[in-house]
Design a protein around this ligand. Structure first.
Ligand code: ADP
Length: 711
């Protein structure tokens, strides 16, 4: 037992360890999976950052191209495109910066701060780009507006020439703000300190003219030509002047733009390197997580294998235990059957001598006896009836246990049954000077359909116990009926006493077989088999009713039973229980019987009864002998035992039924048996028996049966 306990503890500990390891592994896997997800997100963020940087590079390249085209074609469309691309690059940078600030580690932020310095020029270029926009606008608007001379007969003495000149000047550098902010402001052209200043002024020149009229036309023509030549020269000059200035600015712009592109390229390369570094770290993390997951997977796999082995072993164990249980169940069933067989045979063996004792004692009482002899006969009577009830109890219990006991279904008046019971029990109550009362006035007198013998048995057990365990006071049997409808009634019977009571701790066990409450102060608890209550309970359950008990120690006990019955129709009332009037003994004198029994004791009792009643009879000790006797002589009836050597009672009956002489073949055959069960009843009836008497039988039982079949 101790070994089993230890192995149970070890198995439980192993199972708990398994569970703990599985839980730990699941937790680790969960953590590593979380890290893996973070790594994947990090990689995703990194590649997005790289993509943004690539977009910015592309934007800058496109902007540069457009700027080149603008400077070559001088078409504002390219300039607009250039401006748009630069603005887009600024937005992308701003977004990147904002995202970086939110998500990057301090180390990477520091890197970014470092890069800010390198990108200062980018903001300067942006400002120059803005100035370029202004230049462009001015170039667009700038017109050469010469003062055309008035050509008339009198030429003017002076010719006035006016030219507008524009100049762009670089401003001193202002204190820089944070890189990305400045960069953004620069790109979107938010209020910034200008890098360059543009000034426009007008140059005016005067020329003297001649006065001659005839040559005036010529002069005028000359003047016009000169004017236009001059104008053309001026234009060329101005254009050259403008182009040079613009060119300078544009060259400057281009240079700085290139510079910024170069710087951005560096920035991007660094960013990419940082991203690669970060990617590498993330990759390492992911690999580490995967490694851990793999490890815990391996542990899990090993645990699973162990668990499967354990499950298989436990299943084998379970299978073995199940087989053992099945075998044990089978053994129990076999034991119950053999116990029942033993009880049946022992009770049969006891019934035969008991039959002789009861019979002899009954016959003894009817002979003249002196006082001592009468006392001895009474003692014999009491002892034999006690023994009979004990034998009956054992037999009933074993038949109830094996389910072989079935209830009879006959119409009976329950009030009459209970009153008979009261009369029988009154003798016992009187002996102890107890009052026994039957309270049935409020209950309707119904004819019920069921087993009156078993009702008597149940209630008698309770009344007998009540009387046995009560020293003074009374025993009451209260009866009532609960009717559900016209067909069903529930009989409610309470047996209450003022006896010793049952302690609360003993109440749950009193319905167990052979259970008795041990009471050192009394000896009457020993007078009993301990089967009364279990039999009553099983019988109540067979009725589909219920029984329960209430008890207070030293105050009394009350048993309550509920038995459902079908209500019988009036005209089917069975008079079987009515007292049969004893017929005159003259009728027995005409009867000639054959008694077949191998037991001398039984024969002795029957002989004594028959002698008293004046019945003539022959005896045979087995079936074969009886058949021979039947061939030679006619009998009114055959009374036979069942178990006999050579030929038993059943075979004898079958042979009689096969006789050629029809009168003989149809003669009544009644068996005397110690076995009473539904199976034996069926066997007896199928063999051709007319009826049977159960041992031990009384004189009146025998007389009634003989008269039933010979009258
Ligand atoms: P027994 O043959 O001993 O009477 P029962 O099965 O009839 O067996 O009763 C079992 C036990 O229950 C008795 O031994 C007794 O201790 C207790 N018992 C039964 N009825 C009563 C009662 N009315 N008062 C006190 N104790 C009782």
């Amino acid at each position: 037992m101790k070994f089993k306990q230890r192995s149970f503890i070890i198995i439980s500990a192993i199972i708990l360890l398994f569970i703990a390891l599985l839980l730990r592994n699941s937790y680790l896997q969960r953590t590593e999976q979380g890290a893996l997800v973070t790594s994947i997100h990090g990689m995703d963020r990194n590649s997005r950052k790289i993509a943004v940087l690539d977009s910015i590079t592309l934007c800058l390249q496109a902007a540069e191209n457009d700027f080149r085209l603008y400077t070559t074609a001088w078409d504002t469309l390219y300039f607009k495109k250039y401006a748009r691309e630069v603005r887009l690059a600024a937005h992308l940078l701003e977004d990147l910066y904002r995202n970086e600030e939110q998500s990057l580690s301090g180390e990477i932020k520091a890197g970014l701060a470092h890069k800010k310095g390198q990108l200062k020029l980018y903001s300067q270029i942006k400002r120059l780009t803005d100035s370029l926009t202004n230049v462009n606008t001015e170039v667009e608007l700038m017109k050469i507006t010469p003062n055309v001379p008035e050509f008339k007969s009198y030429p003017n003495k002076v010719l006035k020439k006016t030219v507008k000149v524009e100049e762009v000047r670089k401003e001193p550098e202002v204190k820089k703000e944070r890189f990305f902010k400045r960069l953004k402001n620069a790109i979107v052209n938010k209020e910034q300190a200008k890098d360059s200043v543009k000034t426009v002024h007008t140059e005016v020149t005067y020329e003297q003219r001649g006065t001659d009229v005839s040559s005036s036309a010529q002069q005028e023509q000359e003047k016009i030509r000169a004017f236009y030549a001059k104008l053309f020269d001026d234009l060329k000059k101005n254009k050259k002047q403008l182009t040079n200035k613009e060119q300078a600015v544009l060259n400057l712009n281009e240079g700085i733009f290139k510079n910024i592109q170069q710087l951005f390229l560096e920035f991007r390369t660094r960013e990419r390197a940082a991203a690669d570094q970060e990617q590498e770290a993330i990759k390492n993390n992911a690999e580490h997580s995967l490694e851990n997951i793999d490890k815990s997977r391996q542990v899990n796999f090993s645990l699973s294998i162990l668990a499967y082995i354990a499950i298989i072993l436990l299943l084998l164990q379970l299978y073995r235990s199940y087989n053992k249980t099945l075998k044990a169940n089978l053994q129990v069933k076999e034991q119950v059957i053999s116990k029942s067989r033993f009880f049946t045979s022992i009770s049969h063996e006891m019934r035969t001598p008991l039959n002789a004792i009861i019979g002899v004692s009954e016959q003894l009482k009817s002979t003249p006896l002196n006082d001592d002899q009468r006392a001895m006969s009474k003692l014999l009577d009491n002892s034999s009836s006690m023994l009979l009830s004990a034998v009956n109890e054992v037999l009933d219990f074993s038949r109830l246990e094996t389910g072989k006991l079935s209830l009879a279904k006959t119409p009976f008046k329950y009030k009459r049954v209970l009153r008979e019971l009261r009369d029988t029990a009154k003798v016992l109550a009187d002996q102890k000077k107890l009052t026994l009362e039957l309270l049935d006035e409020d209950a309707p007198d119904l004819l019920l359909y069921g087993d009156p013998y078993r009702l008597k048995q149940i209630v008698m057990n309770l009344i007998a116990n009540a009387i046995k365990f009560t020293d003074k006071g009374k025993v009451s049997v209260a009866v009532n009926v609960k009717r559900n409808d016209h067909e069903q009634a529930i009989l409610l019977i309470s047996v209450t006493d003022t006896g010793i009571g049952i302690a609360a701790e003993n109440l749950p066990t009193i319905f167990n077989e052979f259970s008795q409450v041990i009471n050192s102060k009394r000896i009457d608890w020993q007078k009993g088999s301990g089967l009364g209550l279990p039999i009553s309970k099983k019988l109540v359950e067979l009725h589909k009713g219920n029984i329960h008990v209430e008890s207070t120690l030293n105050k009394g006990t009350a048993f309550h039973i509920e038995l459902p019955y079908a209500i019988a129709v009036k005209d089917t009332e069975d008079t079987v229980n009515e007292q049969t009037p004893l017929l005159s003994s003259d009728r027995f004198k005409e009867i000639h019987l054959l008694v077949v029994d191998d037991s001398d004791m039984n024969l002795l009792v029957i002989k004594m009864i028959f002698k008293k009643l004046g019945i003539s009879y022959d005896t045979a000790s087995d079936g074969h002998e009886a058949l021979e006797m039947l061939k030679g002589r006619a009998y009114d009836m055959v009374l036979t035992d069942i178990q006999m050597p050579v030929m038993d009672g059943l075979e004898l009956t079958k042979q009689i039924r096969r006789m050629d002489d029809l009168k003989k073949a149809n003669m009544p055959v009644i068996a005397i048996t110690g076995q009473i069960s539904s199976e034996s009843h069926a066997i007896y009836m199928s063999s051709g028996l007319n009826d049977y008497i159960v041992k031990p039988f009384s004189e009146s039982d025998l007389m009634e049966k003989i008269l039933d079949y010979t009258g």
